[in-house]
Design a protein around this ligand. Structure first.
Ligand code: GNR
Ligand code: NI
Length: 171
């Protein structure tokens, strides 16, 4: 297992559309292990493979509160098959956009079809934080970031701030 670097804005790889996993083989299992290690270390409650530069449709998550009581969740090729008309607002953050938090409005509940870590088809109906997090991560594997759900003014401001910071490091 290894902690991998998390890629951050303005890294263009965050805009790539990830590829479906064909077989949940040893390589995918190793990727999942690395994602959990990276996510727990960050710490974050969710991670999409693209955040460590891997263009595979793989998501890890752990919404448990207690540090010594992990509840690891894995979603491979996740796909929203239903979303509620009702929406909910949550303050979101992203490990690829550090130290920026903003309220995002999304469907309050979703039904997601996916493969589990054994490659077995599964389905989950989620509400609350799980619904928000699933939508945040499924966005990632489609090259979408939570700032894309904000006003253009707010989004452009964040993108500019990160572009400027990256230039400073470069100089
Ligand atoms: O750690 C994370 N917290 C979080 C809070 C509210 C909504 C979504 C998230 S996901 C985020 C980790 C991350 O960037 N996943 O892609
Ligand atoms: Ni994120």
């Amino acid at each position: 297992m290894a902690v991998r670097d998390i890629i951050k804005l303005p890294d263009k790889r965050l805009r790539l559309v990830s590829e479906p996993v064909k077989h949940v083989d040893a390589g995918v299992k190793k990727l999942i292990d690395d994602m959990f290690e990276t996510m727990y270390k960050a710490p974050g409650i969710g991670l999409a493979a693209i955040q460590i530069g891997v263009t595979k449709r793989v998501v890890t998550m752990d919404l448990s509160k207690k540090e010594d009581n992990h509840e690891p969740l894995v979603f491979i090729n996740p796909e929203i098959v239903w979303k509620s008309d009702e929406t909910a607002k949550y303050e979101e953050g992203c490990l690829s956009i550090p130290d920026y938090y903003e309220e995002v409005e999304r469907p309050a509940a979703v039904k997601v079809k996916y493969l589990d870590r054994d490659g077995k088809p599964a389905e989950i109906e989620a509400k609350g934080l799980l619904a928000t997090c699933l939508q945040h991560e499924i966005d990632h594997i489609n090259g979408v970031l939570f700032i894309d759900h904000l006003s253009k003014l707010k989004r452009d401001r964040v993108i500019k701030k990160f572009a400027k910071a990256a230039k400073k490091v470069e100089a």
